[in-house]
Write a protein that binds this ligand. Sequence first.
Ligand SMILES: C[S@@+](CC[C@H](N)C(=O)[O-])C[C@H]1O[C@@H](n2cnc3c(N)ncnc32)[C@H](O)[C@@H]1O
Length: 241
Amino acid sequence: MARTLSDPTQPVFERSRLYTQILHFLLAQNLNDKRVLDYGCGPADWGVFMATEGASVALLDLSPAAVELGLRRAHASGVGGSVQGFARDASDLSCFRRHEFDLVFASAALHHTLKYPNAFDELVRIIRPGGTLLLAETYNNNPLLGLARKLRANLEGEQEEQGEEIILGDREIGQLRRVFRKVELCEVNLLAMGKRLLRGQFHRPLARVLLRTLEAVDRALLAAAPGLKRYCGEVMVIAER
Ligand SMILES: C[S@@+](CC[C@H](N)C(=O)[O-])C[C@H]1O[C@@H](n2cnc3c(N)ncnc32)[C@H](O)[C@@H]1O
């Protein structure tokens, strides 16, 4: 996982700062025998990873193809016996018991599901008291970044319905705070969100130098003015039930 995150030829390299935080958080947990949900699992890198750390993992995705792929990857990684797949909409999680999960991890997935009235309540229902909701998300408190996102979507001719209309911001964090006992935010990338302009270029040393420079400037800036953190473009959320 760490190797993939630091490989500039991999698409996930662009999110390596956010995902490295996630990786460190997960490695610091004892996942052995924990019941874990990879929510909106996509290709299920994280679900399979958590299974290799000893967790009993449920993969959930609207796409049966994604779930099938995740199950195959779990088998190929030797953890097929501890991974189950659920191809269904996250707004109905009746396939899971109340308080079933110790940890629910949603990577770039919650913003797709929050628009469904039932989805948030369902998510809360299945996490046990004392359990954790872990999110890796784009963060939407910065109006300049919001504008840049809209501009990019328009320039690239994206359809309106891309499922991206709810990007996590103060409102959604407030919603979490009302239900979870403790909500911790780890924001990353302020100026370094300029990385979006370098997409597809990270194999070039110059692009990586530029990115590292922006990240170093961010570190200095955010240490000097922590209030700027809320304007970062990405966030890891750790919410304890
Ligand atoms: C951006 S992908 C993230 C995939 C994966 N978590 C990752 O980090 O690579 C979002 C995933 O959410 C899934 N998704 C979207 N709407 C959903 C819904 N209503 N219920 C369950 N999954 C959904 C999509 O099929 C997609 O696989």
